[in-house]
Design a protein around this ligand. Structure first.
Ligand SMILES: *Cc1c(COP(=O)(O)O)cnc(C)c1O
Length: 369
């Protein structure tokens, strides 16, 4: 059996088969000399919005800016509160603060590790303006329940779909479920650029137009700045690369789902908890995350066997130094805290081989035996 190192992610396995198309797209942009805004960007925005089943897409410089601009364009500002979960990448909460609003956390559901709708409702105050459910690891959050609550309290919903390109919730694409949705094109995401990038998709034309202004210095026409904005556009080069890669997204997500199925099968019966399978949704396994009581020992054994792993995320945001000012403490969100101590992310990417999955499962079996 091979003992070659197994990486956490290998992007080259994904890019090698389409290297020619990628190079061709990059060359086209170089020859056009059009590097910002323009046709490459507009074409990709249209294609990605259509992929999500919504009318508008606005390309921006990162997932963080996508979240921030989606909130700002939804009317979130100084003194508002926005509810999200503590078990997410810090960008989700940063986007709230960058709008002048205050992040408020709500605990997660034990089985899905996504926002617990009851905890959301309990976190709502007079100041709450919006909610950011996170489709964590590629699994859609409980959007029907969340939208129902948001409707009752007149809150905007911005989906954090940064890990969920192509995921489906009860037959509808993530990105089409809230008032607006933010996607990241960080290289390791299910759809990744060759650098940073992001997009907001929305069915709301006003939100889309406002973000178009805000990402480009509030410029409504040449030298007419109707408000102060940002420099936060998606580059033409990234858009051209993403348009090529978008054609493979469904096949790549299928490959992730096959890999997840193999993990599920080969880990069945071991003393680890594999991700809950939800037949009503289409999980796209940005990450394949186990729970294991002896997580740290398991990771050390896997590292020793040349198998890379990760933890997403080891410290819930309410316990990060950056959010001490919010006044939460250990025990504020017990479900998220318990999960953080037990989760481990296994290698997961299109091109991960069946033999590699078998070897990883064998090592896990050996470690926890
Ligand atoms: C990656 C990610 C982001 C931020 O995206 P960037 O493109 O890195 O700014 C936000 N939320 C979640 C859940 C993410 O995984």
């Amino acid at each position: 059996m091979s003992t070659a190192a197994i990486p956490f992610v290998d992007l080259w396995r994904q890019h090698e088969p389409i290297e020619f198309e990628l190079t061709e797209a990059i060359t086209r942009v170089i020859r056009s000399s059009g590097f910002t805004l323009g046709e490459e960007l507009e074409d990709f925005e249209r294609e990605f919005a259509a992929y999500c089943g919504v009318a508008f897409g606005v390309g921006v410089s990162s997932g963080t800016d996508a979240l921030r601009l989606a909130l700002a364009a939804s009317g979130v500002g100084d003194g508002d509160e926005v509810v999200t979960v503590p078990n997410t990448f810090i960008a989700t909460a940063e986007a709230i603060s960058l709008c002048g609003a205050r992040p408020v956390f709500a605990d997660i559901d034990e089985a899905t590790l996504t926002m617990d709708p009851a905890a959301l409702e309990a976190a709502i105050t007079q100041r709450t303006k919006a909610v950011i459910p996170v489709h964590l690891y590629g699994r859609p959050a409980a959007m029907d329940e969340i939208m129902e609550i948001a409707g009752r309290y007149d809150l905007k919903v911005v989906e954090d779909a940064c890990q969920a390109h192509g995921a489906m919730y009860r037959g509808r694409c993530t990105g089409s479920l809230g008032d607006a949705a933010a996607f990241s094109f960080y290289p390791g995401k299910n759809l990744g650029a060759f650098g940073d990038g992001g997009i907001v998709v929305t069915g709301d034309e006003e939100i889309a137009e406002r973000i178009r202004l805000l990402r480009h210095h509030g410029q409504a026409a040449k030298n007419v700045h109707v408000e102060e904005g940002l420099c936060a556009r998606l580059d033409a080069l990234q858009a051209a690369v993403l348009a090529v890669k978008l054609r493979s997204l469904d096949a790549w997500n299928d490959a992730r789902r096959v890999a997840a199925g193999l993990y599920d099968e080969s880990l069945a019966g071991l003393a680890v908890l594999t991700p809950q399978v939800d037949t009503a949704s289409r999980h796209v396994y940005h990450l394949y995350v186990l729970r294991c009581g002896a997580r740290d020992a398991l990771r050390a054994d896997l590292t020793g066997a040349g198998i890379a792993t990760g933890i997403h995320y080891p410290t819930p945001l309410h316990l990060q130094p950056a959010y001490r000012r919010l006044g939460y403490e250990v025990g504020s969100f017990p479900v998220a805290e318990r999960a953080a101590a037990e989760i481990v992310s296994l290698p997961m990417f299109p091109g991960l081989r069946e033999l590699e999955i078998e070897r990883i499962a064998d090592e896990i079996g050996r470690s926890i035996a």
